[in-house]
Design a binder for this molecule. Structure first.
Ligand code: GRF
Length: 247
């Protein structure tokens, strides 16, 4: 049997995207992916309970008030101990120190609940993103998964999927619709990276050797007809206590 592809997940909140990786990949018999660590930016978050329930070791980083260098070295140590092939930021709200980004270049990804480069950057997290999308009058939002560079929400885009913004949307209803798509797209990208189907080209953009696009699986879903989509249901069950906070 070939070696598992080791994934470390960093989270700050509910961890519903972490759960999607556990469900779709870690617990799937045919998947090369094994989640080897959850690294939490604070104690008491639901992501830690999810790790415990799946037997994944969880590490809680110390409070950032101890200073930038100490925080950076705690994170570096947690990553060294985990020895991941890929680091996944799944609702992780602290900036990754540049030296750690450089050490994991092309092996660290982030999920963002909008179509970058719009509605990204510092302060654009959680409900702030969806509120900004609605206030700006955007008709389409979506999900972006990208490699991490030294700037918030900026590295090479790996995959995106659009989600409609409906007339009656609030930040909460839009967040739920977007989150359902996140739970599909993030495991898809992690699996593709594990299988060597996508990488950063020397030009700085992502190259896929096997197409990821599947119009059936990622059909644009809307609740315009009144019912909740399958993605909405999945999002609701995974994110029931999601309360992002900036750290
Ligand atoms: C998601 O919307 C993700 O895109 C953003 O933070 C949220 C995390 O949700 N970066 P969860 O903790 O995975 O439920």
């Amino acid at each position: 049997m070939s070696e598992p592809f080791r994934v470390a997940v960093l989270a700050s909140g509910s961890g519903s995207n972490f759960q999607a990786i556990l469900d779709e990949l870690h617990h799937a018999p045919e998947s090369p992916v094994k989640v080897v660590a959850l690294i939490a930016s604070r104690p008491g978050i639901r992501a830690i309970d999810r790790a415990t329930a799946s037997g994944v070791p969880a590490v809680v980083l110390p409070d950032p008030s101890q200073g930038r260098e100490a925080a950076a070295s705690s994170l570096a140590e947690a990553l060294r101990d985990a020895g991941p092939d890929l680091v996944v930021l799944a609702g992780y709200l602290r900036l990754i120190p540049p030296e750690i980004v450089r050490a994991h270049w092309g092996r660290m990804i982030n999920i963002h609940p909008a179509l970058l480069p719009a509605f990204g950057g510092e302060g654009m997290y959680g409900r702030n993103v969806h509120r900004a999308v609605i206030e700006r009058g955007a008709r389409v939002s979506g999900v972006t998964v990208h490699f991490v560079d030294e700037v918030y929400d900026h590295g090479p885009i790996i995959a995106q999927w659009p989600v409609p913004v409906l007339e009656a949307d609030t930040p909460e209803t839009l967040a739920a619709r977007v989150l359902g798509v996140e739970h599909e797209l993030l495991p898809t990208v992690v699996d593709a990276i594990a299988r060597g189907h996508v990488q950063v080209a020397p030009s700085g953009t992502c190259e896929w050797s096997v197409p990821w696009f599947d119009g059936q699986r990622f059909a644009i879903e809307s609740d315009a007809g009144g019912g909740r989509s399958a993605s909405d249901e999945a999002a609701a069950s995974r994110s029931d206590d999601h309360q992002p906070t900036q750290e």
